[in-house]
Design a binder for this molecule. Structure first.
Ligand code: GLN
Length: 541
């Protein structure tokens, strides 16, 4: 049976618990263990799918079509694993399942209660995933002290008395704030949050202290003393250059050795070179020439809304040895002047009418000025609408999502979607197979003819217009054969113009950057070189 590592958070939210959990997972993978991770989200939503991105950041989609918390994206990127619906346990899922069992009479006359029924249901979810690995990391969302997360913490607590003591350990991620007025790091909030954890019955084994400044030995001693852990178990986690530096930073302080000692495990190997190589290359990229990439979306206030996208661009930047500056443009405002000095434009996924006309204008700018363009999901749909209006001369072309009465529904809802009346988990979700046209640009980029990518949308490129696009220069180069749906469009007479109905960003990893993003950043670099050359030639005239 697997061993368990529970990761809790104290003092404030947004401390980077997810990244800490994923980094610990990376280190243990390097030691030769099979690691899997669960994220527990204490909210009542069954999944993240119905929440707006500015609530909890992006909705991460797994192969099996689960709409999950963005931390699952970190798990996939750090561990190189594929997660699924079981990796995200929400209070909504737990209550839904317990209530449905109660209605079926499966509790045989018992009073159904938080303890043991809810906690048993939570633990059964842990055990289900534990079958797949040697070590299961369980990150518990929220902050210790929240009412909502109590059943999850209680389930985590029960895991130690239920089983052998050394089968479960507890890592508490906390904040040690710096007070500039007295030039001091304060340990009191950490002491309080550990006390709170103890009230629930959990004694943390390792404390990861997030700080702005490294912890001096005396501060570590103080935390160790008040929190009853050895000094080596107090890990200092100051801000680092990038999230990908976190595993090394934790390793330097021996967190992996501590964990293996507590879980009574022995390292099987040490295979970390690929990761360190990536981190060193990422440092070198800082010194390289840079390109400016605009992301024209509408959730630009919260950067987490486009987390996987930003990560995919970062992986591609390192693969191209080119620094990338991301410029977020709010498409609902007129920011066309901000498009000066931009070497590539991405219109990402999104929902709803706000900002659509702005996005369509931005696509037109990219198409007419020959700026490398990548349209993702809604971004591809905007490219299809723009092409219809300005090239095919169907001035009122639209998606029926924005204008149900458009005379030219070039993007439309499919028959099977029309019957659906509930929003949660009902879109076209998860991995679909896509066939690429033999002589297409995407075939060259992917270097294969069959690809698998993840979807999350209701509307589709209306195939009845396909011929008109083909005849006028927009090629449909990817198909979902089963439903006869166009999945990719490209313009051959453009330096780089591709729209995809799926979300390639979900599959990019630092150690295997996604081919589309790689090719897009390469095209942006070329675009910059070309425009520099043109400027020089113009000056010489
Ligand atoms: N709103 C569009 C649809 O539902 C696009 C969705 C997306 O970009 N993920 O089809």
């Amino acid at each position: 049976m697997a061993k368990f590592i529970f990761v809790t958070g104290g003092v404030v939210s947004s401390l980077g618990k997810g990244i800490t959990a994923a980094s610990v997972g990376r280190l243990l993978t390097a030691h030769g263990f099979k690691v899997n991770i669960i994220k527990c989200d204490p909210y009542i939503n069954v999944d993240a799918g119905t929440m707006a991105p500015f609530q909890h950041g992006e909705v991460f989609v797994t192969d099996d079509g689960a709409e999950t918390d963005l931390d699952l994206g970190y798990y996939e990127r750090f561990l190189g694993i594929r997660t699924n619906d079981c990796n995200n346990v929400t209070a909504g899922k737990i209550y839904q399942s317990v209530i449905s069992k109660e209605r079926k009479g499966l509790y045989l006359g018992q009073t159904v209660q938080v303890i043991p029924h809810i906690t048993d249901e939570i633990k059964s979810r842990f055990f289900r995933v534990a079958k797949t690995c040697d070590i299961l990391i369980v990150e518990i969302g929220g902050t210790v002290g929240d009412i909502e997360s109590l059943p999850f913490l209680e389930a985590a607590r029960q895991m130690r008395p239920d089983r052998t003591h050394s089968d479960s350990i507890y890592i508490h991620v906390t904040l040690v704030p710096y007070l500039s007025s007295s030039d001091e790091l304060k340990t009191k909030p950490t002491q309080h949050s550990v006390n709170k954890l103890r009230e629930i019955g959990i004694d943390p084994d390792i404390i990861v202290a997030r700080t702005e400044k490294p912890l001096a030995a005396e501060i570590k001693n103080k935390i160790a003393l008040f929190c009853s852990v050895p000094q080596e178990a107090v890990i200092d986690a100051p801000n680092v250059r990038s999230i990908y530096h976190v595993p090394e930073m934790l390793k330097k302080q021996g967190i992996d050795e501590q964990i293996m000692m507590l879980l009574r495990l022995r390292s099987k190997k040490w295979d970390f070179d690929e990761w360190t190589d990536f981190v060193r290359r990422s440092e070198n990229v800082e010194k390289r020439q840079s390109v400016n990439i605009a992301i024209a979306g509408k959730y630009t206030k919260l950067k987490d809304s486009y987390k996987s996208l930003a990560e995919a661009i970062y992986h591609a930047s390192i693969a191209n040895d080119t620094k990338v500056n991301i410029v977020f443009l709010d498409a609902s405002k007129n920011e066309s002047t901000a498009l000066k000095n931009i070497h590539g434009i991405i219109v990402p996924g999104g929902f709803g009418e706000r900002g659509i006309e702005g996005k369509i204008k931005i696509v037109q700018f990219a198409r007419e000025k020959g700026i490398p363009f990548l349209g993702i999901c809604l971004g591809m749909q905007c490219a299809v609408i723009e092409f219809a209006r300005n090239v095919l001369k169907m001035k009122k072309a639209n998606s029926t999502e924005f204008n149900p009465k458009t005379p030219h529904p070039v993007v439309d809802i499919m028959e099977n979607q029309k019957k659906i009346d509930s929003k949660g988990g009902t879109m076209r979700l998860g991995t679909c197979v896509c066939h690429l046209k033999p002589k297409s640009i995407v075939k060259k980029i992917y270097r294969k003819t069959i690809i698998h990518e993840r979807h999350r949308h209701r509307y589709e490129f209306n195939p009845s217009y396909a011929r008109q696009y083909e005849e006028n220069g927009m090629t449909i180069s990817g198909f979902y054969k089963k439903e006869n749906l166009p999945e990719i469009v490209e313009i051959k007479k453009h330096p780089w113009f591709i729209g995809v109905q799926f979300h390639p960003e979900f599959k990019s990893k630092p150690l295997s950057p996604h081919p589309l993003f790689r090719a897009f950043i390469a095209a942006a670099t070329q675009a910059k070189e070309k425009s520099n050359l043109e400027k020089i030639l113009a000056e010489q005239k």
